[in-house]
Design a protein around this ligand. Sequence first.
Ligand code: MG
Length: 300
Amino acid sequence: MRFLLTFTLLLPLPAADFDAKDPSVLAKLFPKGAALRRLATDMQFIEGPVWMPAGFLVFSDIPANELKRWDGQSVASFRTPSQHTNGNTLDRQGRLISAEHDGRLSRTEADGQVVTLVDSFEGKKLNSPNDAVVKRDGSIWFTDPDYGLGTRAKEQPGNYVYRFDPAKRAITAVVKDFDKPNGLCFSPDERRLYVADSGKPRHIRVFDVQLDGTLANGRVFATIDKGGPDGIRADEAGRIWSSSGDGAQVFSPDGQLLVRILLPEAAANLTFGGKDGRTLFLTARKSLYAVETRTRAPKR
Ligand code: MG
């Protein structure tokens, strides 16, 4: 059933619009009166939000070739050009890891220098890295669909999911049979890896992570029924939050759809952040949105 929370009389901003089969789930996931806020708009196509240890949000405006920051008040430039960065995440040291459409995975050092981590596999240039996640062992897992190739010739024979070990500078393809691998995240215990396929399947697959860094037992976790999945995040309870054509969809650890967060623009990515880590930030086309939740990212 459609469950509309209307607190417009109490709050100055439009009410969050949730759709849940079981309304009691809403009380579990969101504080009373939780309202969707549009923090900024009039950007080109935003993606890749990440909450920085210094206390602000970084996100990508891909066509603008810029990383932006939101500091709680307003949006400013963080880096330009960004090599058309899409996804962003943090490594174990809190450094920014960026998936750049121009063809590499980069790391921003403490002094601000941007270094190339990896830009090729088996001697061929990567397509256009889309999103990345860092495991507690320091390995960086990322997807490489071909959305951002532009006029560049495609050198890779496919669109793979990779594991990169920065210590050994070693890259391995861990899955090769995706159409367009996109967002990815680990379960809180890191025994499972979830990967979105925003191509024809429009579903999220889950894999068992083996001790040797390979993946096994891939199966469909959930299918996104509006638009497709792009960015995905796990919360501390192992639920999976996926961007979708209607905003965002939240799934239980066993793949049941719990809640839709309905946005006026299709979301491409999302992340937890804010002072207490419980704010969900959503990058949705031209606008940045936020809603308070009662959960947060898994402990790192
Ligand atoms: Mg993406």
